[in-house]
Design a protein around this ligand. Structure first.
Ligand code: NI
Length: 153
């Protein structure tokens, strides 16, 4: 077997390992030691407002989501949420003000504070989220956009 074939085998076995890792994240100890390209992960997301999980550390999940249009008013009684804007402009509406979050900027929504993220002019906005694993997508609210069965990507 020549070296080109060997190289192919190595790549193939690496891919299958990553596949297993994503399917069964019970082995996330080794999952976490694989570098991941964030742009490539964003490309795997096809539905708006449906986050995909890319990492777990210290009981926190790191998620990627594509947002477009309006979400739903909600709050999380016990969890703070961090939004990092990767692309586009995120509007985070609170009951008393709206914060504008640009690419490269972050905003933390404190626990218990009602919020409603939205985008303007049909813009697609890419965000990275940091929140405890127990965080419900729309808090105590159930809505057609609610997704509490979020998957690793
Ligand atoms: Ni929230």
């Amino acid at each position: 077997m020549n070296s080109a074939n060997n190289a192919g085998k190595i790549i193939k076995s690496a891919n299958s390992f990553v596949g297993r890792c994503m399917e069964a994240f019970s082995i996330f100890v080794t999952c976490s030691m694989i570098s991941k390209n964030i742009e490539e992960k964003f490309r795997l997301i096809t539905d708006y407002w449906k986050p995909g999980i890319v990492a777990e550390l210290n009981g926190q999940l790191v998620k990627l989501a594509k947002l477009k249009g309006a979400f739903v008013w909600h709050s999380h009684a016990h969890e703070d949420e961090l939004f990092y804007v990767h692309k586009g402009t995120l509007y985070m509406e609170f009951r008393d003000k709206t914060e504008v979050v640009h690419p490269g900027e972050i905003i933390v929504v404190p626990k218990g504070v009602e919020h409603n993220p939205y985008t303007r002019d049909d813009e697609e906005v890419w965000v990275m989220l940091f929140e405890p694993a127990a965080t419900l997508h729309t808090g105590e609210v159930t809505h057609e956009k609610t997704d509490n069965n979020q998957q690793w990507i």
